[in-house]
Ligand binder design. Structure first.
Ligand code: NAD
Length: 511
């Protein structure tokens, strides 16, 4: 058995002083009233990289009220799309100018490799630019065929105060899938980043001020789901919650938000499958399966944690996937050559291993990996590239979002069976199909229960192309025009021109 491609520590020394993060409320940076703070220990380097103010219900409440005041004052909701676009474009430029600082903290807090973090931070600038372009396109409908003297308009207006709650796995990217679109629509916001990756959100707050965003339009509260997140989900002055995270927490947010019937947009977990037909370009498919499995150490909502491969080619295909897996460069995230970094917490690493052990008890076989990974000179929060075969459809390895570098292989005989297997989980985020036949690709795409289907590719995304989940992978859409529209309320204005309305109370009422 050949070795794995491990990149040992390059000897990077983190800054002596951790990054200090504070809340941004009504345009002012502030600590928590009770002085509480929390620290983030780098998953790869095991040192404290940031210390942040730990918000309480009081800070969350103050931030919501600041956003509400700013919204009502019209300093953002009332200005033109052109003026909003100008600020958002400045933010995009500032992100690019400040990328290096943000990239380093993104790596140290999340454990992701530096080349990937660079792609995410600099790529996020494009999301801001795209949202800026949308700010100038808002329009509703007009109706001029309603009969004599009648005309109606359907207006699109900003929905109000939006709570934005983000996860740790793509901290800056996911923030940029939400915030610029909400701002482009004219909303005001309160952002709560994950307690594990708060710092690039704080850095963005500095850039928003520099770009000229008025005070109170974007507020940031640092801290945990309880109490900060739940106050942001429950508060009656919040019109909408835009959440990305686990299905478990998404359901809690829906419950809490139901009391005020606020709008809830949820981007949740996935158990996504790539389906491989024998007529596909199998080299390209194997590479995409390896990419989909290990990208972000499998801690990715779009991870392709299942592959469903035709029986006739299954053995050779798995051999190819295993051979490619051995070449993927796991190790020090600060090394430019590294492709896969560290697991987010020690507890999660243990959890991944429990899933792999349970899969074996349930009859699956490990053909690669299957245990923690030792990287010279770094923490013990790494996991080996792992491939499981003989996975039956009902076991945990085929159903649960393991959120680690673990691939479950299943096989099929017919397109019918492939579709059934692909759809056989509670999730419905994304799916993929590999075939040379456009008919096979189209039939699978139409029948897959997923928000996105990739054919002969995996995880290609564009700001223009909307994204979101079916089934228990979420509700609502993000990015693209559909994602933008989520942040708007629709209002119908019906007008009678002239005094021609037939009276409801007439002389006959007196009879
Ligand atoms: P998580 O659900 O644990 O946390 C997400 C956010 O919710 C964090 O900011 C957290 O502090 C906050 N939170 C926790 N409890 C809360 C509560 N009671 N009320 C309000 N907020 C609360 O998720 P995570 O571990 O940070 O991220 C991983 C999950 O996110 C995975 O399931 C992954 O699939 C999913 N995800 C989905 C997408 C997508 O676009 N569909 C993208 C990235 C991640």
């Amino acid at each position: 058995m050949s070795e794995l491609a491990i990149r040992p520590s390059i000897g990077f020394v983190p800054a002596a002083e951790p990054f200090e993060g504070r809340h941004l409320i009504d345009g002012a940076w502030q600590g928590s009233a009770d002085g509480a703070t929390f620290e983030r220990i780098s998953p790869s380097h095991g040192v404290v990289v940031s210390r942040s103010a730990q918000g309480s219900a009081a800070e969350a409440e103050a931030a919501v009220l600041a956003a509400e005041r700013a919204f009502d004052a019209g300093v953002w909701s009332g200005i033109s799309g052109k003026e909003r676009a100008t600020v958002l474009l400045k933010v995009a430029d500032l992100i690019e100018a400040n990328a290096d600082r943000m990239i380093e903290l993104e790596v140290l807090e999340s454990g992701k490799p530096i080349a990937q973090a660079r792609g995410e931070v600099t790529g996020a600038a494009d999301l801001w630019r795209y949202a800026a372009s949308l700010a100038r396109t808002v329009h509703g409908d007009s109706h001029d065929t309603l009969g004599e003297d009648m005309v109606a308009m359907v207006l699109k207006q900003p929905i109000g105060v939006v709570s934005i709650i983000t996860p740790w796995n793509f901290p800056f990217w996911i923030l940029s899938q939400k915030l610029p679109f909400a701002l482009a629509a004219g909303c005001t916001c309160v952002v709560k980043p994950s307690e594990m990756t708060p710092s690039t959100t704080v850095m963005l707050g500095e850039l928003l001020i520099e770009a000229g965003l008025p005070a109170g339009v974007c507020n940031i509260v640092l801290g945990y789901g309880e109490p900060v997140g739940s106050v942001l989900a429950a508060h009656k002055s919040v019109a909408m919650v835009s959440f990305t995270g686990s299905t478990r927490v998404g359901k809690m947010i829906s419950e809490v938000a139901a009391d005020t019937l606020k709008k809830v947009a949820l981007e949740l977990g996935g158990k996504n499958a790539q389906v491989i037909f024998p007529d596909a370009d199998l080299e390209a498919a194997a590479d995409a399966v390896v990419f989909g499995t290990y990208f972000n150490v499998g801690q990715c909502c779009n991870g392709s944690s299942r592959v469903i491969v035709h029986k006739d080619i299954a053995e050779a295909f798995v051999e190819r996937v295993v051979a490619l897996s051995r070449k993927v460069r796991f190790g020090d995230p600060m090394d430019e050559a590294t492709q896969v970094g560290a697991i987010v917490t020690e507890a999660h690493n243990v959890q991944i291993h429990k899933h792999v052990e349970a899969a074996q008890v349930a009859g699956a076989k490990v053909v690669l990996g299957g245990g923690p990974l030792n990287v010279d000179g770094l923490s013990d929060q790494f996991y080996q590239p792992t491939v499981l075969i003989d996975v039956s459809a009902h076991i945990g390895a085929a159903q649960d979002e393991i959120f680690g570098p673990v691939l479950s292989v299943m096989t099929f005989d017919s397109l019918e069976e492939a579709v059934t297997l692909a759809n056989s989980t509670d999730y419905g985020l994304s799916a993929g199909v590999w075939s040379d036949s456009v008919h096979t690709c189209l039939e699978f795409s139409r029948r897959a229960e997923a928000g996105t289907v990739w054919t002969n590719t995996w995880m290609d995304g564009f700001p223009e192309v909307t994204f979101g989940g079916a089934k228990q992978s979420g509700q609502g859409r993000e990015i693209g025009r559909y994602g933008f529209e989520e942040f708007m309320e629709v209002k119908s204005v019906v007008m009678r021109i002239g005094n021609t309305r037939a009276r409801w109370v007439t002389d006959t009422n007196e009879e």
